[in-house]
Ligand binder design. Structure first.
Ligand code: PLP
Length: 422
Protein backbone atom coordinates (compact mmCIF):
# COMPACT_ATOMS: atom_id res chain seq x y z
CA UNK A 1 0.00 0.00 0.00
CA UNK A 2 1.50 3.36 -0.96
CA UNK A 3 1.24 6.49 1.06
CA UNK A 4 -1.04 9.19 -0.43
CA UNK A 5 1.08 11.95 -1.94
CA UNK A 6 -1.05 14.82 -0.63
CA UNK A 7 -1.77 13.59 2.91
CA UNK A 8 0.33 14.82 5.81
CA UNK A 9 2.01 12.23 8.08
CA UNK A 10 -0.56 12.39 10.88
CA UNK A 11 -3.20 10.87 8.60
CA UNK A 12 -1.10 7.83 7.94
CA UNK A 13 -2.03 6.41 11.35
CA UNK A 14 -5.67 6.21 10.29
CA UNK A 15 -4.94 3.50 7.75
CA UNK A 16 -6.61 0.20 8.61
CA UNK A 17 -4.68 -2.11 10.90
CA UNK A 18 -5.69 -5.15 8.82
CA UNK A 19 -4.76 -5.28 5.18
CA UNK A 20 -7.73 -5.02 2.84
CA UNK A 21 -6.93 -5.54 -0.88
CA UNK A 22 -9.01 -2.61 -2.10
CA UNK A 23 -7.44 -2.49 -5.58
CA UNK A 24 -8.21 -6.16 -6.21
CA UNK A 25 -11.75 -5.67 -4.89
CA UNK A 26 -12.30 -2.63 -7.13
CA UNK A 27 -11.44 -4.74 -10.16
CA UNK A 28 -14.65 -6.71 -9.47
CA UNK A 29 -16.80 -3.59 -10.03
CA UNK A 30 -17.16 -2.73 -13.74
CA UNK A 31 -18.99 0.54 -13.00
CA UNK A 32 -16.01 1.90 -11.08
CA UNK A 33 -13.75 1.61 -14.14
CA UNK A 34 -15.57 4.23 -16.20
CA UNK A 35 -14.93 7.91 -16.76
CA UNK A 36 -17.36 10.80 -16.30
CA UNK A 37 -16.65 14.19 -17.92
CA UNK A 38 -13.29 12.77 -18.94
CA UNK A 39 -12.34 11.97 -15.33
CA UNK A 40 -12.16 8.62 -13.57
CA UNK A 41 -15.47 8.10 -11.76
CA UNK A 42 -15.23 8.60 -8.00
CA UNK A 43 -18.39 7.05 -6.57
CA UNK A 44 -19.21 8.65 -3.22
CA UNK A 45 -22.94 7.93 -3.35
CA UNK A 46 -23.09 4.37 -2.02
CA UNK A 47 -25.58 5.34 0.71
CA UNK A 48 -28.03 6.02 -2.15
CA UNK A 49 -27.06 2.85 -3.99
CA UNK A 50 -23.94 0.70 -4.10
CA UNK A 51 -22.31 -0.60 -7.26
CA UNK A 52 -22.48 -4.29 -8.11
CA UNK A 53 -19.57 -6.69 -8.43
CA UNK A 54 -19.48 -8.86 -11.56
CA UNK A 55 -20.25 -11.89 -9.34
CA UNK A 56 -23.72 -10.40 -8.70
CA UNK A 57 -24.19 -9.32 -12.32
CA UNK A 58 -23.18 -12.83 -13.45
CA UNK A 59 -25.54 -14.52 -10.98
CA UNK A 60 -28.50 -12.51 -12.31
CA UNK A 61 -27.50 -13.11 -15.95
CA UNK A 62 -26.97 -16.82 -15.27
CA UNK A 63 -30.39 -17.08 -13.66
CA UNK A 64 -32.11 -15.63 -16.72
CA UNK A 65 -29.89 -17.53 -19.19
CA UNK A 66 -30.18 -20.98 -17.60
CA UNK A 67 -32.71 -21.30 -14.80
CA UNK A 68 -35.48 -18.82 -15.59
CA UNK A 69 -38.76 -20.19 -14.29
CA UNK A 70 -41.47 -19.41 -11.81
CA UNK A 71 -40.96 -20.95 -8.38
CA UNK A 72 -42.75 -23.31 -5.96
CA UNK A 73 -45.46 -24.36 -8.39
CA UNK A 74 -43.76 -25.83 -11.43
CA UNK A 75 -43.43 -29.56 -12.07
CA UNK A 76 -40.34 -29.37 -14.27
CA UNK A 77 -36.58 -29.15 -13.97
CA UNK A 78 -36.14 -25.39 -14.37
CA UNK A 79 -38.89 -24.71 -11.83
CA UNK A 80 -37.09 -26.93 -9.34
CA UNK A 81 -33.77 -25.19 -10.05
CA UNK A 82 -35.28 -21.71 -9.69
CA UNK A 83 -37.00 -22.71 -6.44
CA UNK A 84 -33.76 -24.15 -5.10
CA UNK A 85 -31.87 -20.95 -6.04
CA UNK A 86 -34.48 -18.70 -4.41
CA UNK A 87 -34.73 -20.72 -1.20
CA UNK A 88 -30.97 -21.13 -0.94
CA UNK A 89 -30.60 -17.33 -1.28
CA UNK A 90 -33.19 -16.89 1.48
CA UNK A 91 -31.27 -19.22 3.79
CA UNK A 92 -27.89 -17.53 3.13
CA UNK A 93 -29.31 -14.03 3.55
CA UNK A 94 -31.03 -15.12 6.77
CA UNK A 95 -27.76 -16.53 8.13
CA UNK A 96 -25.97 -13.31 7.07
CA UNK A 97 -28.19 -11.20 9.37
CA UNK A 98 -28.49 -13.73 12.20
CA UNK A 99 -32.09 -14.90 11.65
CA UNK A 100 -32.92 -18.05 13.60
CA UNK A 101 -34.73 -19.61 10.59
CA UNK A 102 -34.83 -19.00 6.83
CA UNK A 103 -38.65 -18.68 7.10
CA UNK A 104 -38.13 -15.44 9.04
CA UNK A 105 -36.89 -13.81 5.82
CA UNK A 106 -39.63 -12.27 3.65
CA UNK A 107 -38.57 -10.94 0.25
CA UNK A 108 -39.87 -7.43 -0.42
CA UNK A 109 -38.92 -4.67 -2.89
CA UNK A 110 -36.76 -2.85 -0.35
CA UNK A 111 -36.73 -1.20 3.07
CA UNK A 112 -39.62 1.08 2.10
CA UNK A 113 -41.85 -1.86 1.27
CA UNK A 114 -40.70 -3.75 4.39
CA UNK A 115 -41.82 -0.88 6.64
CA UNK A 116 -45.11 -0.45 4.78
CA UNK A 117 -45.79 -4.18 5.13
CA UNK A 118 -45.32 -4.01 8.90
CA UNK A 119 -47.42 -0.84 9.18
CA UNK A 120 -50.26 -2.36 7.16
CA UNK A 121 -50.31 -5.70 8.96
CA UNK A 122 -48.87 -5.39 12.47
CA UNK A 123 -49.85 -1.72 12.68
CA UNK A 124 -53.45 -2.27 11.63
CA UNK A 125 -53.94 -5.10 14.10
CA UNK A 126 -52.15 -3.54 17.08
CA UNK A 127 -52.77 0.20 16.84
CA UNK A 128 -56.09 1.80 17.74
CA UNK A 129 -57.46 5.24 18.69
CA UNK A 130 -55.28 7.03 21.23
CA UNK A 131 -52.37 4.61 20.82
CA UNK A 132 -48.85 5.84 20.17
CA UNK A 133 -46.03 5.04 17.76
CA UNK A 134 -42.57 6.21 18.79
CA UNK A 135 -39.98 7.30 16.19
CA UNK A 136 -36.76 9.28 16.37
CA UNK A 137 -36.02 12.64 14.74
CA UNK A 138 -33.37 11.12 12.46
CA UNK A 139 -35.64 8.77 10.52
CA UNK A 140 -35.71 8.51 6.72
CA UNK A 141 -39.11 9.43 5.24
CA UNK A 142 -39.59 5.68 4.63
CA UNK A 143 -39.78 5.24 8.39
CA UNK A 144 -42.02 8.26 9.00
CA UNK A 145 -44.70 8.45 6.30
CA UNK A 146 -46.07 4.86 6.59
CA UNK A 147 -46.57 5.42 10.34
CA UNK A 148 -48.17 8.81 9.78
CA UNK A 149 -50.59 7.19 7.32
CA UNK A 150 -51.36 4.49 9.87
CA UNK A 151 -51.93 7.08 12.62
CA UNK A 152 -54.35 9.01 10.37
CA UNK A 153 -56.27 5.81 9.64
CA UNK A 154 -56.39 4.50 13.22
CA UNK A 155 -56.67 7.75 15.21
CA UNK A 156 -53.26 7.15 16.81
CA UNK A 157 -50.38 9.61 17.23
CA UNK A 158 -46.66 9.78 16.60
CA UNK A 159 -44.24 10.58 19.42
CA UNK A 160 -40.82 11.73 18.27
CA UNK A 161 -37.59 11.25 20.23
CA UNK A 162 -35.36 14.35 20.08
CA UNK A 163 -31.65 14.38 19.28
CA UNK A 164 -28.71 15.87 21.12
CA UNK A 165 -26.71 18.48 19.20
CA UNK A 166 -24.04 15.86 18.43
CA UNK A 167 -26.58 13.74 16.50
CA UNK A 168 -27.08 11.07 19.14
CA UNK A 169 -30.54 10.12 20.34
CA UNK A 170 -31.74 11.59 23.66
CA UNK A 171 -32.22 8.31 25.51
CA UNK A 172 -33.66 9.90 28.63
CA UNK A 173 -36.34 11.56 26.48
CA UNK A 174 -36.95 8.23 24.72
CA UNK A 175 -37.58 6.43 28.01
CA UNK A 176 -39.91 9.27 29.02
CA UNK A 177 -41.96 8.86 25.82
CA UNK A 178 -42.58 5.15 26.33
CA UNK A 179 -45.81 4.36 28.14
CA UNK A 180 -48.90 2.18 28.28
CA UNK A 181 -50.14 3.53 24.91
CA UNK A 182 -46.88 2.74 23.07
CA UNK A 183 -47.69 0.03 20.54
CA UNK A 184 -44.79 0.31 18.11
CA UNK A 185 -41.26 1.71 18.27
CA UNK A 186 -39.80 2.26 14.79
CA UNK A 187 -36.19 3.31 14.56
CA UNK A 188 -33.27 3.43 12.18
CA UNK A 189 -30.31 1.26 13.09
CA UNK A 190 -28.13 3.90 11.42
CA UNK A 191 -28.96 7.40 10.20
CA UNK A 192 -28.54 8.03 6.47
CA UNK A 193 -27.64 11.68 7.18
CA UNK A 194 -25.75 11.77 10.47
CA UNK A 195 -24.20 8.31 10.43
CA UNK A 196 -25.35 7.84 14.04
CA UNK A 197 -25.56 4.19 15.12
CA UNK A 198 -28.48 3.83 17.52
CA UNK A 199 -28.23 1.61 20.63
CA UNK A 200 -30.93 -0.67 19.24
CA UNK A 201 -30.63 -3.42 21.85
CA UNK A 202 -31.10 -1.05 24.80
CA UNK A 203 -33.93 0.78 23.03
CA UNK A 204 -35.62 -2.51 22.08
CA UNK A 205 -35.41 -3.81 25.66
CA UNK A 206 -37.07 -0.64 26.97
CA UNK A 207 -39.80 -0.84 24.30
CA UNK A 208 -40.47 -4.51 25.08
CA UNK A 209 -40.84 -3.69 28.77
CA UNK A 210 -43.89 -1.65 27.67
CA UNK A 211 -45.19 -4.42 25.41
CA UNK A 212 -44.34 -2.55 22.20
CA UNK A 213 -43.21 -4.12 18.94
CA UNK A 214 -39.81 -2.95 17.66
CA UNK A 215 -39.32 -2.27 13.95
CA UNK A 216 -35.77 -1.49 12.82
CA UNK A 217 -34.88 0.20 9.54
CA UNK A 218 -31.51 -1.33 8.74
CA UNK A 219 -31.12 0.15 5.24
CA UNK A 220 -27.92 2.00 6.16
CA UNK A 221 -26.64 -0.46 8.74
CA UNK A 222 -26.44 -3.79 6.92
CA UNK A 223 -23.88 -2.49 4.39
CA UNK A 224 -21.57 -1.24 7.17
CA UNK A 225 -22.00 -3.33 10.33
CA UNK A 226 -22.23 -7.03 11.03
CA UNK A 227 -25.90 -7.24 11.95
CA UNK A 228 -27.41 -9.92 14.16
CA UNK A 229 -31.15 -9.32 14.23
CA UNK A 230 -31.67 -11.82 17.04
CA UNK A 231 -29.01 -10.27 19.29
CA UNK A 232 -30.42 -6.80 18.56
CA UNK A 233 -33.82 -7.85 19.94
CA UNK A 234 -35.62 -6.57 16.82
CA UNK A 235 -39.11 -7.90 16.16
CA UNK A 236 -38.85 -6.72 12.56
CA UNK A 237 -35.73 -5.63 10.69
CA UNK A 238 -35.72 -4.48 7.08
CA UNK A 239 -33.12 -3.51 4.48
CA UNK A 240 -32.67 -2.98 0.73
CA UNK A 241 -30.54 -5.21 -1.48
CA UNK A 242 -29.28 -2.43 -3.74
CA UNK A 243 -27.36 -0.71 -0.93
CA UNK A 244 -25.62 -4.03 -0.21
CA UNK A 245 -24.19 -4.51 -3.73
CA UNK A 246 -27.30 -6.49 -4.73
CA UNK A 247 -29.86 -5.72 -7.45
CA UNK A 248 -32.49 -2.99 -7.20
CA UNK A 249 -36.09 -3.98 -6.48
CA UNK A 250 -35.24 -6.65 -3.92
CA UNK A 251 -35.00 -6.32 -0.16
CA UNK A 252 -35.66 -8.19 3.01
CA UNK A 253 -38.07 -8.00 5.88
CA UNK A 254 -36.96 -10.13 8.82
CA UNK A 255 -39.75 -10.92 11.27
CA UNK A 256 -39.75 -13.06 14.41
CA UNK A 257 -41.53 -16.34 13.68
CA UNK A 258 -44.33 -15.90 16.26
CA UNK A 259 -45.14 -12.45 14.88
CA UNK A 260 -45.09 -13.51 11.24
CA UNK A 261 -47.37 -16.41 12.11
CA UNK A 262 -49.95 -14.27 13.91
CA UNK A 263 -50.03 -11.40 11.39
CA UNK A 264 -52.63 -11.23 8.65
CA UNK A 265 -51.33 -11.18 5.07
CA UNK A 266 -50.75 -7.86 3.35
CA UNK A 267 -51.45 -8.46 -0.33
CA UNK A 268 -53.64 -11.25 -1.63
CA UNK A 269 -53.10 -13.35 -4.74
CA UNK A 270 -51.28 -16.39 -6.00
CA UNK A 271 -48.43 -17.99 -4.05
CA UNK A 272 -49.66 -16.82 -0.63
CA UNK A 273 -52.46 -19.36 -0.19
CA UNK A 274 -52.88 -22.94 1.00
CA UNK A 275 -56.39 -23.32 -0.47
CA UNK A 276 -59.06 -21.07 -1.99
CA UNK A 277 -62.84 -21.38 -2.33
CA UNK A 278 -65.27 -18.53 -2.96
CA UNK A 279 -66.28 -18.79 0.67
CA UNK A 280 -62.88 -18.95 2.33
CA UNK A 281 -59.11 -18.77 1.77
CA UNK A 282 -56.55 -20.51 3.93
CA UNK A 283 -53.19 -18.76 3.81
CA UNK A 284 -49.79 -20.35 3.31
CA UNK A 285 -47.41 -20.20 6.29
CA UNK A 286 -44.79 -17.43 6.42
CA UNK A 287 -42.84 -16.31 4.49
CA UNK A 288 -45.08 -17.25 1.51
CA UNK A 289 -48.07 -15.63 3.25
CA UNK A 290 -46.36 -12.27 2.61
CA UNK A 291 -45.08 -12.98 -0.91
CA UNK A 292 -48.15 -12.72 -3.12
CA UNK A 293 -47.65 -13.03 -6.87
CA UNK A 294 -44.47 -13.71 -8.80
CA UNK A 295 -41.62 -12.24 -6.84
CA UNK A 296 -38.29 -10.80 -7.97
CA UNK A 297 -36.61 -14.20 -8.18
CA UNK A 298 -33.55 -13.01 -10.10
CA UNK A 299 -33.20 -10.16 -7.59
CA UNK A 300 -33.21 -12.56 -4.65
CA UNK A 301 -30.65 -14.76 -6.41
CA UNK A 302 -28.51 -11.65 -7.03
CA UNK A 303 -28.82 -10.58 -3.40
CA UNK A 304 -27.74 -14.07 -2.33
CA UNK A 305 -24.69 -13.65 -4.55
CA UNK A 306 -24.00 -10.22 -3.00
CA UNK A 307 -24.01 -11.73 0.50
CA UNK A 308 -21.66 -14.51 -0.67
CA UNK A 309 -19.39 -11.91 -2.23
CA UNK A 310 -19.21 -9.86 0.99
CA UNK A 311 -18.41 -12.94 3.07
CA UNK A 312 -15.80 -13.95 0.50
CA UNK A 313 -13.86 -10.65 0.51
CA UNK A 314 -13.94 -10.67 4.33
CA UNK A 315 -16.71 -8.59 5.84
CA UNK A 316 -14.75 -7.57 8.93
CA UNK A 317 -11.71 -6.45 6.95
CA UNK A 318 -13.98 -4.55 4.55
CA UNK A 319 -15.69 -2.81 7.44
CA UNK A 320 -12.30 -2.01 9.01
CA UNK A 321 -11.14 -0.41 5.78
CA UNK A 322 -14.36 1.59 5.51
CA UNK A 323 -14.10 2.80 9.08
CA UNK A 324 -10.53 4.02 8.59
CA UNK A 325 -11.59 5.69 5.35
CA UNK A 326 -14.48 7.57 6.94
CA UNK A 327 -12.30 8.72 9.86
CA UNK A 328 -9.73 9.95 7.35
CA UNK A 329 -12.40 11.70 5.25
CA UNK A 330 -13.97 13.42 8.24
CA UNK A 331 -10.59 14.63 9.44
CA UNK A 332 -9.47 15.92 6.06
CA UNK A 333 -12.82 17.57 5.27
CA UNK A 334 -12.81 19.41 8.59
CA UNK A 335 -9.14 20.39 8.52
CA UNK A 336 -8.63 21.18 4.85
CA UNK A 337 -11.85 22.62 3.43
CA UNK A 338 -12.43 26.15 4.74
CA UNK A 339 -15.91 26.75 6.17
CA UNK A 340 -17.01 23.10 5.96
CA UNK A 341 -19.37 21.92 8.71
CA UNK A 342 -19.89 18.20 9.18
CA UNK A 343 -23.17 16.92 10.61
CA UNK A 344 -23.49 14.10 13.11
CA UNK A 345 -21.00 11.77 14.71
CA UNK A 346 -20.44 9.62 11.58
CA UNK A 347 -19.72 6.61 13.81
CA UNK A 348 -17.62 5.13 10.98
CA UNK A 349 -20.60 3.91 8.98
CA UNK A 350 -20.03 5.46 5.62
CA UNK A 351 -21.65 8.89 5.54
CA UNK A 352 -20.07 12.35 5.64
CA UNK A 353 -22.83 14.94 5.39
CA UNK A 354 -21.79 18.59 5.30
CA UNK A 355 -22.50 22.17 4.30
CA UNK A 356 -19.92 24.75 3.29
CA UNK A 357 -20.92 28.15 4.67
CA UNK A 358 -24.07 29.30 2.86
CA UNK A 359 -23.10 27.70 -0.47
CA UNK A 360 -25.99 25.91 -2.16
CA UNK A 361 -25.36 22.13 -1.75
CA UNK A 362 -26.69 21.52 -5.29
CA UNK A 363 -23.98 23.79 -6.72
CA UNK A 364 -21.32 21.95 -4.71
CA UNK A 365 -22.55 18.61 -6.07
CA UNK A 366 -22.56 20.01 -9.64
CA UNK A 367 -18.99 21.23 -9.27
CA UNK A 368 -17.91 17.82 -7.95
CA UNK A 369 -19.70 16.05 -10.79
CA UNK A 370 -17.63 18.02 -13.30
CA UNK A 371 -14.58 16.60 -11.54
CA UNK A 372 -16.00 13.07 -11.92
CA UNK A 373 -17.03 12.84 -8.25
CA UNK A 374 -20.58 11.62 -7.53
CA UNK A 375 -22.11 12.84 -4.25
CA UNK A 376 -25.70 13.52 -3.30
CA UNK A 377 -27.15 16.92 -2.45
CA UNK A 378 -30.59 17.76 -1.11
CA UNK A 379 -32.74 16.68 1.81
CA UNK A 380 -31.73 12.99 1.61
CA UNK A 381 -35.35 11.96 2.25
CA UNK A 382 -34.89 13.03 5.85
CA UNK A 383 -36.25 16.58 6.05
CA UNK A 384 -36.97 16.54 9.82
CA UNK A 385 -33.38 15.77 10.77
CA UNK A 386 -31.98 18.49 8.50
CA UNK A 387 -34.49 20.93 9.97
CA UNK A 388 -33.24 19.94 13.44
CA UNK A 389 -29.87 21.42 12.42
CA UNK A 390 -31.40 24.52 10.79
CA UNK A 391 -30.92 23.24 7.23
CA UNK A 392 -33.06 22.33 4.24
CA UNK A 393 -30.29 20.69 2.22
CA UNK A 394 -26.76 19.35 2.61
CA UNK A 395 -24.10 17.52 0.62
CA UNK A 396 -23.50 13.85 1.43
CA UNK A 397 -20.37 11.97 0.43
CA UNK A 398 -20.90 8.32 1.29
CA UNK A 399 -18.31 5.57 1.26
CA UNK A 400 -18.17 1.85 0.72
CA UNK A 401 -15.38 -0.69 1.13
CA UNK A 402 -14.39 -0.17 -2.54
CA UNK A 403 -13.42 3.47 -2.01
CA UNK A 404 -9.85 4.54 -1.45
CA UNK A 405 -7.92 7.11 0.53
CA UNK A 406 -6.84 8.62 -2.79
CA UNK A 407 -10.50 9.25 -3.61
CA UNK A 408 -10.87 11.16 -0.34
CA UNK A 409 -7.90 13.28 -1.39
CA UNK A 410 -9.56 13.95 -4.77
CA UNK A 411 -12.77 14.98 -2.99
CA UNK A 412 -10.93 17.39 -0.71
CA UNK A 413 -8.98 18.81 -3.61
CA UNK A 414 -12.12 19.31 -5.71
CA UNK A 415 -13.96 20.94 -2.80
CA UNK A 416 -11.08 23.34 -2.20
CA UNK A 417 -11.14 24.33 -5.88
CA UNK A 418 -14.94 24.58 -5.96
CA UNK A 419 -15.22 26.72 -2.86
CA UNK A 420 -12.80 29.24 -4.31
CA UNK A 421 -15.10 29.59 -7.35
CA UNK A 422 -18.62 29.31 -5.92
N1 PLP B 1 -34.19 3.91 5.27
C1 PLP B 1 -33.01 4.52 5.16
C2 PLP B 1 -32.25 4.85 6.40
C3 PLP B 1 -32.50 4.84 3.90
O1 PLP B 1 -31.32 5.46 3.80
C4 PLP B 1 -33.25 4.50 2.76
C5 PLP B 1 -32.78 4.85 1.41
O2 PLP B 1 -31.97 5.71 1.21
C6 PLP B 1 -34.47 3.85 2.93
C7 PLP B 1 -34.92 3.57 4.20
C8 PLP B 1 -35.33 3.48 1.77
O3 PLP B 1 -34.71 2.51 0.98
P1 PLP B 1 -35.38 2.02 -0.40
O4 PLP B 1 -35.60 3.26 -1.21
O5 PLP B 1 -34.34 1.13 -0.98
O6 PLP B 1 -36.64 1.33 -0.05
Amino acid sequence: MTRPPTAPTRYWLERPARFFPVDAVRADFPALAQTVHGRRLVWLDSAATAHKPRQVIDAVRDFYARHNSNVHRGAHTLAREATELLESARARIGAFVGAARAEEIVFVRGATEGINLVAQTCGRTRVGPGDEIVLTTLEHHANIVPWQMLCAERGARLRVVPLHDDGTVDLAAYLGLLGPRTRIVALAHTSNVLGTVLPVRAMADAAHAHGAVVVVDGAQAVPHLRVDVTALGADFYTFSGHKLCGPTGIGVLYGRTELLEELPPWQGGGSMIASVTFEHTRYAPPPQKFEAGTEHIAGAVGLGAAVDYLECIGLDAAHGHEKALVAYARRRLTDDVPGLRLLGPGDGVGVCTFVIGATDPARVADALDTAGIAVRAGHHCAQPVLRRYGLTAAVRASFAFYNTHDEVDLLVQALRTATRRL
